[in-house]
Design a protein around this ligand. Structure first.
Ligand code: GDP
Ligand code: CA
Length: 312
């Protein structure tokens, strides 16, 4: 069985751990979001790729959902002592090593795909992890604050401002000239079906879908998605702020309509959202809370079963 999955950070990574448990013999290719990537202190940081890699590789900080376990913050404290900005982005010492290796390899001329493969040699995530693109694309957000109307990097809005200032618009800068990373279109082509985890529909899945060629490639496949919205609220985090920015209501119905029936064939919603419907999409209510590994594997199994039925 060949499965392709798109993924952001925490929501994607947790779901993928369940998917790997539900389909231990499957060949899983993960297309990771790189729209969150940012250069800090001269280092290239890829938060979503690293969250997937650490979660599946057994190095994640479980409570936090991102960053390394048993982490210390000496480098961050030393940088702050020099007054170096930004101080609002949390990078631990162990995590710094990953960004140093990545930046060194990128500087030497390796592509982000090659770097990701090299980092995964250590972590052995049990899936093939591909960045959505080797071309630099970054999500920027237009806001108005005390400094006036301006575009800031997604991380500044999300992490520093905690999305407290409304986003007037969200754009993936560089998307129009970007290409899917090597192997992305071939993996989709070869897949028996595609599963969309409950990742952020705007700045995780939505970003990946903006890389020219990816959405078109998915149109010909059986695609099953898991709703990140339960009963009108994101389960975790601030996805509602992103949906509002693009004029979409925070509901399982609105996210289904946003993805559309040209992309989706199946859509898993929570039991309280069982009235959700869209012509051409099979909607099934299932428990959607990834509260522990068993519940997550059960959710992944439900997505797999629906995808298998629909691809027949
Ligand atoms: P990020 O890049 O770290 O923000 O992570 P993702 O984009 O991969 O996932 C974030 C999304 O996961 C949020 O919008 C949440 O609504 C969703 N999410 C988190 N936990 C759960 C859960 O237990 N069940 C479901 N259905 N969605 C979840
Ligand atoms: Ca992310």
């Amino acid at each position: 069985m060949r499965i392709v999955s798109l993924a952001g950070g925490i929501g994607g990574a947790r779901f993928l751990r369940g998917l790997r448990a539900a389909a231990p013999d499957a060949e899983i290719t993960v297309i990771g979001n790189t729209g969150d990537d940012i250069t800090l202190f001269g280092l290239r940081v890829c938060p979503d790729l690293d969250t997937v890699m650490y979660t599946l590789g057994g190095g994640i900080n479980e409570e936090q959902g991102w960053g390394r376990e048993k982490e210390s913050h000496v480098v961050k404290e030393e940088l702050a002592a020099y007054g170096v900005e930004p101080q609002w982005f949390g990078l631990g010492d162990r995590d710094f090593a990953t960004h140093i290796v990545r930046s060194q390899m990128l500087e030497a001329g390796y592509t982000l795909s090659q770097v990701t493969e090299a980092l995964c040699d250590r972590w052995q995530p049990g899936v093939r992890l591909l960045p959505m693109s080797d071309d630099r694309c970054e999500t920027h957000v237009v806001i108005t604050d005390e400094q006036g109307r301006r575009a800031v990097h997604f991380q500044e809005w999300w992490v520093r401002l905690r999305a407290s200032v409304p986003a007037e618009s969200i754009a993936l800068v560089g998307a129009d000239t970007a290409s899917p990373a090597p192997g992305v279109l071939a993996a989709i082509e070869a897949a028996d079906f595609v599963i969309l985890p409950p990742s952020n529909p705007v700045v995780s899945i939505g970003t990946i879908l903006q890389i020219p060629g990816i959405r078109e490639a998915l149109a010909g496949k059986t695609v099953v998605g898991v709703s990140p919205i339960i009963g009108g609220a994101p389960v975790r985090g601030m996805a509602d702020a992103c949906l509002t920015a693009i004029g979409v209501e925070t509901s399982a119905q609105a996210v289904l309509s946003l993805y559309g029936s040209d992309l989706l064939d199946g859509w898993l919603v929570a039991p309280e959202d069982s009235s959700v419907a869209l012509e051409g999409v099979r909607v099934e209510p299932r428990p959607l809370l990834m509260s522990d590994p068993d519940a997550t594997a059960e959710l992944a199994r439900a997505a797999l079963t629906l995808a298998q039925e629909l691809s027949r």
